[in-house]
Design a protein around this ligand. Structure first.
Ligand code: PMV
Length: 315
């Protein structure tokens, strides 16, 4: 084995979270300015995981139950056919805030899988990496749709339907988003479980909401491809309202969405599991600074700017 490093981007869900778990389409994009990194180095003895951000160092063989870092490493070693791997230390770090960040779990797992593959002389295709990371997502989420591991492993904007091959989608004109962290961590497993309980209680009402969210995702894909991103704002705000009806908004999210809109955002919505976590706001070069200031003043813990770039093949 050789020393090797790998990284993976964060992600945002543009449209379709939660409904995607029930077969509706969703759109997601990578966020390159936040990254998870993993480095594998030969060691004198044992297999060690060092998670710098949370100040933990432990043996791969003795993690807490459902430890996603250990699961990612074990799955990668299995895939490499290494029942007895040589001794190594695996160091992971992430600039994506845990449990409220854009795809932090899947990004860390992706970086681990890639770094271990590289340390043993292999480079796996995005589909292979995504499939391994999906297994670790199951530990975290219970019933993940697979969108996080897909968008992060492919590192490009994707149109995603559960159980189908992801389709990279064309972006006809670039658009700018602010990602604001409510500062309130919210494990996706909890909100996904609550939506499931709601759906079991009131299947018809929830199906109508899921379908309405799916229709927004289809409409949004057309606008993005056609290079008309400004029109996305209204769809984002509508998607946010539907997520509220699913029960996954929160007072913090409502305050920040309203602040973004008052300050001139074209639209805003929660992004990801909800009940805290992050929201995205659609801005222009003229409104970005004002909306960012308004979000900070309304209590956002952190605001990141990201641009969804025009894809080379588009228009
Ligand atoms: O909380 P995040 O950013 O990992 O996003 C979860 C997206 C959900 O649709 C709520 C769950 C899923 O598995 O698709």
């Amino acid at each position: 084995m050789i020393a090797a490093s790998a990284s993976a981007p964060g992600k945002i869900i543009l449209f379709g979270e939660h409904a995607v778990v029930y077969g509706q389409p969703a759109l997601a994009a990578p966020v390159a300015c936040v990254q998870a990194t993993a480095r594998v180095e030969p060691a004198r003895e044992g297999h060690w995981i060092e998670a710098r951000d949370i100040g933990r160092r432990y043996r791969l063989e003795a993690p807490r139950p459902n430890d996603p870092l250990a699961a990612a490493a074990r799955l990668a070693l299995q895939r490499l056919g290494l029942a007895e791997a040589p001794a190594f230390t695996l160091t992971v770090a992430s600039s994506i805030p845990l449990a409220s960040g854009p795809g932090s779990g899947a990004a860390v797992s992706t970086a681990i899988v890639r770094a271990l593959a590289a340390a043993f002389g292999q480079q796996w295709r995005p589909a292979e990496v995504s499939a391994l990371v999906f297994e670790t997502e199951r530990l975290l989420h219970g019933t993940p749709s697979g969108i996080d591991n897909t968008v992060i492993a492919y590192a490009q904007p994707v149109w995603f339907i559960k159980g189908q091959a992801p389709e990279p989608f064309a972006v006809g004109a670039p658009f700018q988003l602010l990602i604001a962290d409510t500062g309130r961590p919210s494990p996706t497993r909890v909100t996904v479980g609550e939506v499931r309980a709601g759906w079991q209680r009131e299947p018809e009402r929830y199906e109508v909401l899921f379908q309405a969210i799916g229709a927004l995702a289809r409409h949004a894909r057309g606008l993005i491809q056609a290079g008309q991103p400004a029109a996305l704002g209204a769809l984002m705000t509508r998607n946010h309202a539907l997520l509220g009806e699913l029960g996954v908004s929160s007072p913090e999210l409502e305050t920040l969405v309203a602040a973004a809109q008052t300050a001139g955002a074209l639209g805003a919505k929660l992004s990801g599991g909800g009940r805290g976590g992050n929201l995205i706001a659609l801005v222009t070069a003229e409104t970005a600074a004002g909306v960012e200031a308004a979000l900070c003043q309304a209590g956002a813990a952190r605001v990141i700017t990201t641009t969804i770039e025009k894809t080379p093949a588009a228009g």
